[in-house]
Ligand binder design. Structure first.
Ligand code: ZN
Length: 113
C-alpha cells in the first residue's frame, strides 16, 4: 500500500486494520531519512543564500533567518528591506550614540556630524 490519495480512496475506512496500515505507511514516509535530508539541505541553502544577500546589506543574521524560514520568498524580502547602517560611535570613548546626537551621552564629547 502506498501513502497517497488513491490508497485513501480505495481502503475501507470502517476497517481499522486497513486504516492502521495506511497510517503506518504514511508515518513511514513522514519519518523517512531521505525526506529529512532534503528538508535540512533546502533550509541550509536558504540560509546561505540569505546570508549572502545580508552580507551586502549589513544584516547577515536577519537575512539568513529569513532565507532559512521562507526560502526564495525570504530572499525577495531580504533584497527589498533597507540595508542596515553600522552603529555610530563616539571617537573619544567608543560608546554607541544616536545618529542625531550632537554630544556623546556617555562622556559628553562633542560629536562631528
Ligand atoms: Zn563618548
Amino acid at each position: 500500500m502506498a501513502c497517497d490519495f488513491a490508497a485513501l480512496g480505495s481502503i475501507d475506512q470502517n476497517d481499522p486494520e486497513q486504516v492502521s496500515a495506511l497510517l503506518h505507511e504514511c508515518m513511514g514516509v513522514a519519518f523517512s531519512p531521505q525526506l529529512w535530508i532534503w528538508a535540512i539541505a533546502i533550509t541550509v541553502i536558504g540560509a546561505l543564500v540569505g546570508a549572502w544577500i545580508g552580507k551586502r546589506r549589513n544584516a547577515v543574521r536577519r537575512d539568513a533567518i529569513l532565507g532559512a524560514a521562507l526560502g526564495p520568498i525570504g530572499w525577495i524580502i531580504s533584497w527589498n528591506l533597507p540595508a542596515r547602517t553600522a552603529p555610530r560611535t563616539c571617537t573619544a570613548c567608543k560608546g554607541v550614540v544616536q545618529p542625531g546626537d550632537a554630544h556623546c551621552r556617555h562622556c559628553g564629547a562633542k560629536l562631528i556630524a
